[in-house]
Design a protein around this ligand. Structure first.
Ligand SMILES: Cc1cc2nc3c(=O)[nH]c(=O)nc-3n(C[C@H](O)[C@H](O)[C@H](O)COP(=O)(O)O)c2cc1C
Length: 221
């Protein structure tokens, strides 16, 4: 698990979270800034909508929507609503070519729940219309309520719309705080080509560093 402290993991700079590449290098959130957003996020997760884990121990893992090509180094899990902005962003990042599996959280309750059993970075849009307590959609909360699903999260990236001012990308603050992982990056709507490059390269480096560390530890033994 990432070891970012709660306070570090719930703060962010004016322009958003730290770079995905930066989080990859440090495996911890170092951004400073908008404490009121963090406080509101804390209030939100302590409310009736808080993430409450359940035991999903005995479930078969889901297949990725898009499988890693070549050497498999990590995974991305994302949610996108019918407007599909996040899905289009994910598609343009080309994660499978970087050795990264891509999983999608189901949109509709009738679909089989997603069960992920490998380390992943979560990429989710923010909802709630400016109400931070409602920033996390139920589908995302349901996924994170799974005890096993939650145990594999390593970082979060959130999207949103700057029109929502202090609630911009608030889903990232909430998840970072609750799951004790770095808020690695944020972007608006479909993201820019620069956002795509930073997220793709940052997540690639994040998992490659983790793999190299594991390999080095293995050699020492
Ligand atoms: C009903 C609604 C509420 C939204 N609320 C917020 C919000 O509180 N904060 C924010 O940053 N963005 C908010 N957004 C913007 C979405 O996060 C943004 O449009 C995102 O790209 C949607 O991604 P998707 O198409 O993959 O679902 C809202 C969008 C809608 C439609």
């Amino acid at each position: 698990m990432a070891d970012a402290s709660i306070d570090d993991a719930t703060t962010r700079t004016e322009s958003g979270a730290q770079s995905a590449a930066g989080a990859g290098a440090t495996a911890g959130a170092t951004a400073t800034g908008d404490q009121s957003v963090a406080d509101n996020a804390t209030a939100a997760i302590d409310s009736a909508t808080a993430i409450k884990p359940y035991d999903d121990e005995c479930v078969t893992p889901s297949e990725p929507e898009a499988k890693a090509k070549g050497e498999h180094i990590g995974a991305v899990v994302y949610f996108s609503s019918v407007s599909n902005n996040t899905a289009r962003f994910i598609e343009s990042c080309g994660f499978p070519d970087e050795g990264i599996n891509v999983y999608r959280i189901p949109l509709r309750p009738k679909e089989a729940p997603l069960q992920v059993r490998e380390p992943y970075v979560l990429i989710v849009p923010t909802y709630g219309g400016g109400n931070i307590a409602k920033a996390l959609l139920p589908q995302i909360r349901k996924f994170l309520n799974g005890h096993k699903n939650r145990s594999f999260i390593r970082g979060v990236i959130s999207s949103g719309n700057r029109n929502f001012a202090t609630a911009f990308c608030a889903a990232g603050d909430i998840i970072s705080k609750k799951c004790h992982v770095p808020f690695m990056y944020n972007f608006e709507l479909l993201g820019t080509p620069d956002d795509q490059r930073q997220v793709r390269d940052g997540i690639h480096d994040f998992f490659l560093n983790a793999k190299n560390e594991r390999d080095a530890q293995g050699q020492e033994q």
